[in-house]
Unconditional design. Structure first.
Length: 233
């Protein structure tokens, strides 16, 4: 399980009170209708600082994620903590976490509030192998629901997902009551879950969900990119 994965206990019973995601007459989000939101405000405690500026060869994690997802849409936002200073790459803009500025859920809220489109692709900046093909597939599932969330055997992946602006009221309400779990507002919205078998068709090794939390993870990523010489011992 990645650090982003959220165990999915009780999901079946909790879905009873949610609006259902219809599968007929789809009006899915096209790639021209997407905002790409990259969450870069994490403290990166185990890495000794923020992850956005960690280098993988010639690129930072943030630059690599942007380049891989740029074809999805023209509106690209980087979501940061209010006090965080970051130089936005060309063609992007920086927005702030939503109050009270705590945790990744506040980052999702800040992205949706600032997005120029109804639908946003939301990813963490520490996922260096995010797949454009997989994201395009998830976008085709964005119809008659408020969010599209991958569901691996080990849990949900809410930081590699699509969210509609309709999620904002439920998300803000969760933040106001002090909730921190990423799926705290899912009971109030219509979520389409995409299971591991369908995900693997578009990303067979499921490397999209590999994220860098430790120096060991960074070394693994560098090795997969044949850049192990850059990994400090």
């Amino acid at each position: 399980m990645t650090e982003h994965s959220v165990p999915e206990a009780h999901t079946t019973s909790q879905r009873v009170n949610r609006p259902l995601c219809s599968t007929h007459n789809p009006e899915h989000a096209g790639t021209r209708d997407l905002t790409v939101a990259i969450l870069a405000g994490g403290m990166g405690v185990r890495m000794g600082g923020g992850k956005a500026t960690i280098r993988l060869g010639q690129q930072t994690l943030l630059e690599r994620t942007i380049d891989r997802l740029r074809p999805l849409g023209g509106d690209i936002v980087i979501v940061t903590r209010p006090e965080q200073e970051i130089e936005p790459p060309e063609g992007t803009r920086v927005v702030s976490d939503l109050e009270p500025y705590r945790g990744a859920m506040a980052g999702i809220g800040g992205a949706l509030l600032a997005a120029k489109t109804d639908w946003s692709v939301v990813v963490a900046c520490d996922m260096p192998f995010v797949s454009l093909d997989l994201m395009r597939y998830l976008a085709t599932q964005a119809h008659h629901c408020d969010a599209v969330v991958p569901r691996l055997d080990v849990g949900l992946e809410p930081l590699h997902a699509l969210y509609h602006k309709r999620c904002l009221p439920a998300l803000q309400k969760a933040l106001q009551r002090g909730a921190r779990r990423l799926r705290s507002f899912f009971d109030e919205i219509a979520v389409r879950y995409v299971d591991e078998g369908d995900l693997a068709v578009h990303d067979e090794p499921l490397l999209s969900f590999f994220n860098i939390n430790t120096r060991e993870d960074l070394c693994r990523a560098l090795e997969m990119l044949n850049l192990s010489a850059h990994c400090a011992s």
